[in-house]
Design a protein around this ligand. Structure first.
Ligand SMILES: *Cc1c(COP(=O)(O)O)cnc(C)c1O
Length: 236
């Protein structure tokens, strides 16, 4: 029952953070990041009312998908980097790809979704800290523009917002400027009212910094460790 207790605690923290920011806790989706944890953990989280789950590897989730197929209201999001050659498999397995980071991948996903006759929700991942080792598009990158401006061509994708993982720091306050930067980018894109582009989702904040992310406008926080415990293998 540790998972249920952990979720209750995380929910309380979300509520206080929202309250302090003058926001409604209902406007913040708690995504449980279940990577490296078995299907039973997903089931336990689902039983407490969690509906959004984050996985970071296509292969890993492929091995768990059958064991959670009966959780009909669960929405599985891919939050890890997706190689274009796995776009087809990812389109089959996931309801949402939150880590779209190239125009080529966008086109592949759209084609795969069309073939499956399904609509996939996507977020564009932005490398807000500009770290060389991280995936995600630069704020000013032509790729980002290409994805946004071509949105009406992505007939089987729904672009819903932005996702980021800021540079890691033990001090969550150091992430604040990055969260703010992502929100400002979202606002600038939203103002342009591009056809086929919705900008209502701001996915940012993890176990150690989600309160700061909520203060800066996160509508989805991706929490793994604080729900499931420490992962055995270090993963990003
Ligand atoms: C693993 C992961 C998380 C969750 O991280 P925790 O620190 O365990 O909460 C969130 N987002 C992404 C993209 C991840 O890979």
């Amino acid at each position: 029952m540790a998972i249920a207790e952990n979720i209750a605690r995380v929910r309380e923290r979300i509520e206080s953070a929202a309250l302090r920011a003058g926001r409604r806790a209902d406007d913040v989706t708690l995504m449980a990041v279940s990577k490296t944890f078995p299907a039973e953990g997903i089931r336990e989280a689902y039983a407490t009312g969690i509906r959004a789950f984050g996985e970071n590897r296509v292969q890993e989730f492929a091995g768990k998908a059958d064991a959670v197929a009966d959780l009909v209201a669960a929405e599985f999001h891919l939050i890890g980097h997706l190689q274009t050659n796995k776009a087809g498999k990812a389109a089959e397995l996931f309801a949402a790809i939150d880590s779209v980071d190239s125009a080529k991948l966008t086109a592949k996903l759209n084609a795969a979704a069309a073939e499956l006759g399904k609509k996939i929700t996507v977020l564009i991942e932005v490398n807000i800290g500009g770290e060389a080792a991280k995936s995600g598009l630069g704020e000013e990158s032509p790729e980002l523009e290409a994805i946004l401006q071509g949105a009406t061509a992505w007939t089987h994708l729904e672009i819903r917002g932005l996702m980021t993982v800021p540079p890691f720091s033990d001090d969550p306050e150091l992430a604040r400027p990055y969260f703010r930067q992502l929100r400002e980018l979202r606002d600038r894109i939203a103002t342009r009212r591009l056809p086929g582009v919705a900008m209502e989702v701001l996915s940012m904040g993890m176990s150690h910094d989600f309160e700061v992310a909520i203060a800066e406008g996160a509508t989805c926080v991706r929490v793994g460790t604080a729900i499931f415990g420490v992962r055995e293998k270090p993963q990003t």
